[in-house]
Design a protein around this ligand. Structure first.
Ligand code: MOS
Length: 738
């Protein structure tokens, strides 16, 4: 059994709890005496609060208190809201003063006995503003003369300018991506409860330990005075990585009213105050020699960021993958930001890479067409033998195998390269392909494992399962290590009081958590052996090195075998524990990245102006797949999200006043079942043992990288129209006839 468990397609161990409603999400917690809070949100994007009149609202049924900048308890600033990564992304605290930086900013918070009463009263709070002109989008930001180049993120080698000037073939094109909003099924929610000076937060966070540290700083507490609990998350896509004002508002209000408080962010305000993928404008200049070998690559991107905190602005690193995906001696990547009156942007599934590869991989397709070369051949020709940006070998790179397997499965060889040449009835068929790419990161991690007297093994780690299957793969690792079936393994995550684990982000939770779990498991086995040799123990005369652990049992050389339950019982011990710390990967010897390829078929029906993605074949090289079911599921989900990015998703702001226009599910479109193509995922499953003992690099994000460009490339093949601005909506295609 044990040889097969790692990698096996096991259903999620938390599936039954979710299916039967036993799994408690943050807003499912209802504490005795709990009050409910509802926000009042700014209706202007830039300006000042002149007056807040709460008199009418205060008379409303069930109101306990109403908070705003004049009466909210003081909070402490944090040097960084992104503790674990040492990045600075300071999120402005709620209710600090009367300034308004974006529409949807919390301006007041009503606390009442019920949700309905809190909301009814919130609508009665009257806010008078003085509105200033708002910077509504990227172009307006640049018109304002605001362009801050991010020198530290730049990369340059060779002489790309000169190489471009003298090259045989060139492409110079500008691509745009709109704001996209994270739309996890579960809304941001907090139940904040104080017991004296101890704060407990039932919170929707992708990082319980980081959130705990942030809340401790904000409220002037030590970390052990705060507990953050997130046993289950209805996903987050990056939107729940770092604390936002809502959670802090709930905790501050709970302390002030002396009751626990529940605050759920309404769906509309999840478009304004809890992050988004920022707008980008990206100029790609590529040049090749006569044979199609890249001789110059320049990727200059600008992204929008919020005016809220100019010292710690979020930057979308669009050129992050461009630096090394293809071989090219002359290359430069720059990132600029411009300030707009929007809430702070943040990481959204494959930040930088999802937006950046739309531009790079569209430009690569344009270049292949210029060269009259098959786009797959063009990519193979420019394969990078090593990471040229760091001058390091790849830890493991099977992108050529990914191209080959996906192309074979897709039937790429049957493609007629001529635009608009492939038909099926009324539909024109387009085939496009491209590469995907994401970094692989592994951080330090702590974990605890215990053999328990009841015959179970217990593991705990202060990471969380965002829905990806973290519980399940931890259990698989322990099942493999202990030789016990999955139902004898209990995994507890999502509690900041457990040993420090990683945020569920950057696709690094798997690579970071599992080595610590395994190390703690091995230590627990050692502890068990130590107990066994004590006087009165199961093997009183043995040495630990003479004992062998296998399938839940200890045995000595003479063949005496004792189950671990008996070993513990013999000494009247509840458990044998192991706690371990593992370090991150060594990044000085290898460049760690994941790779892959997407092949896409679109169908364009010019008679009724209908575009759909009909088929996707993706091959992913992300190291070992720890669980084939959950791994495939991550890639499928990314592809669905990528279809949203390519065809539908766009958060729009009124250019006159910066207010969001479509912050609702009627007008912000996401792909639904009817939009789904046939999706084939090939997991290459080459373990990367340079990275960690499991050879797993992580799978949460890579699938969305490149997918939008693969679709745009297929649309070009079908229609001859190069769409350089996402999403590819029908209005951009409607003048195309058969
Ligand atoms: Mo991911 S965007 O780092 O949750």
């Amino acid at each position: 059994m044990s040889e097969m468990i790692i990698g096996a397609a096991k259903p999620r161990i938390d599936g039954p709890a979710k299916l039967t409603g036993q799994a408690r999400y943050s807003s499912d917690n209802n504490l005795t005496g709990m009050a409910h809070a509802y926000g009042v949100f700014s209706t202007i994007a830039h300006g000042k609060i002149i007056n807040i009149d709460t008199s009418l609202a205060k008379q409303s049924l069930g109101v306990i208190d109403i908070f705003h900048h004049d009466n909210f308890p003081d909070l402490y600033h944090t040097p960084s809201m992104m503790e674990q990564e040492n990045k600075v992304e300071e999120i402005r605290l709620p209710f600090e003063d009367n300034h308004i930086y974006y529409a949807g900013q919390f301006v007041a918070l009503v606390v009442a006995d019920t949700f309905e009463n809190a909301r009814a009263a919130a609508y009665k709070v009257r806010v008078d503003y003085q509105a200033y002109s708002a910077i509504a989008n990227l172009e307006q930001g640049l018109e304002h003369g605001d362009l801050q180049m991010q020198e530290k993120t730049q990369h340059s080698r060779g002489n790309p300018e000169q190489a471009y000037q003298t090259a045989k073939h060139t492409i110079d094109a500008t691509y745009r991506t709109p704001v996209e909003t994270h739309n996890p099924m579960e809304m941001h929610a907090t139940v904040a409860a104080w017991q004296g000076d101890h704060l407990t937060m039932y919170d929707t966070t992708q990082g319980v330990v980081n959130a705990r540290n942030v809340y401790a700083k904000v409220f002037g507490l030590s970390p052990d005075q705060v507990t953050v609990l997130t046993p289950f998350l209805g996903s987050g896509f990056g939107g729940k990585l770092w604390p936002w004002p809502n959670a802090i508002a709930a905790a501050g209000a709970a302390r002030a009213v002396g009751q626990s408080v529940k605050l759920v962010v309404p769906r509309q305000e999840m478009f304004t105050t809890t992050g988004h993928r920022p707008e980008t404008r990206q100029r790609l200049r590529l040049a090749t020699n006569e044979d199609g070998k890249l001789v110059s690559v320049r990727h200059d991107s600008i992204s929008t960021t919020s005016v809220i905190n100019k010292t710690g602005s979020y930057v979308e690193l669009c050129g992050g993958m461009t630096k090394a995906l293809y071989s090219c001696q002359n290359l430069s990547v720059t990132h600029g930001i411009t300030y707009v009156n929007r809430g702070t942007p943040t990481s959204m599934r494959a930040p930088g890479a999802a937006s950046g590869l739309f531009a790079l991989e569209s430009a690569m397709d344009e270049m292949a067409n210029t060269l009259g070369m098959d786009p797959l051949e063009f990519r193979l020709l420019n394969y990078a033998n090593q990471d040229e940006s760091q001058d390091l070998p790849w830890s493991s790179n099977h992108i050529r195998d990914a191209y080959a397997q996906a192309a074979e499965q897709f039937g790429w060889a049957k493609r007629n390269a001529k635009v608009g040449s492939m038909h099926d009835g009324n539909e024109i068929i387009g085939w496009g392909m491209d590469s995907c790419n994401w970094e692989a990161i592994q951080y330090g991690c702590d974990a605890r494992v215990a053999f328990r007297e009841d015959g179970t093994v217990f593991a705990s780690c202060g990471t969380q399962d965002i829905g990806t299957g973290t519980y399940t793969i931890v259990a698989q690792v322990l099942s493999d290590l202990t030789g016990l079936p999955l139902d004898k393994i209990e995994v507890q995550l999502g509690d900041s009081s457990y040993p420090s684990g990683p945020i569920s982000g950057g696709s690094w939770a798997t690579a970071t958590t599992l080595p610590a779990i395994a190390k703690a498991g091995r230590k627990a086995i050692e502890t068990l052996k130590k107990y066994a040799i004590l006087s009165g123990g199961s093997f009183p005369k043995a040495k630990t090195e003479d004992l062998i652990y296998e399938h839940g049992q200890l045995s000595d050389k003479k063949g005496k075998t004792v189950h671990f339950m008996e070993v513990l019982k013999a000494r009247r011990l509840a458990s044998a524990e192991g706690e371990a710390h593992t370090n991150g990967a060594h990044t000085d010897k290898f460049s760690f990245r994941s790779f892959g390829a997407h092949f896409v078929e679109v169908r364009w029906d010019p008679g009724i102006s209908r575009l759909r993605v009909s088929r996707v074949v993706s091959a992913i090289d992300a190291g070992r797949a720890m669980n084939k079911l959950t791994s495939r599921n991550q890639i499928e989900g990314s592809i669905v999200m990528g279809i949203g990015m390519a065809l539908f998703e766009q958060t729009e702001y009124d250019p006159r006043d910066g207010r969001p226009v479509n912050n609702n599910f009627a007008e912000y479109l996401v792909p639904v079942h009817a939009d789904q193509p046939e999706i084939d995922v090939i997991l290459l499953d080459y373990p990367d043992y340079n990275f960690n003992e499991f050879g797993a690099r992580g799978l949460g994000e890579i699938g969305i990288t490149g997918i939008a460009a693969a679709i745009a490339n297929a649309v070009f093949h079908a229609t001859g129209k190069r769409i350089r601005e996402l999403p590819i909506t029908l209005d951009k295609l409607m003048d195309i006839v058969a």
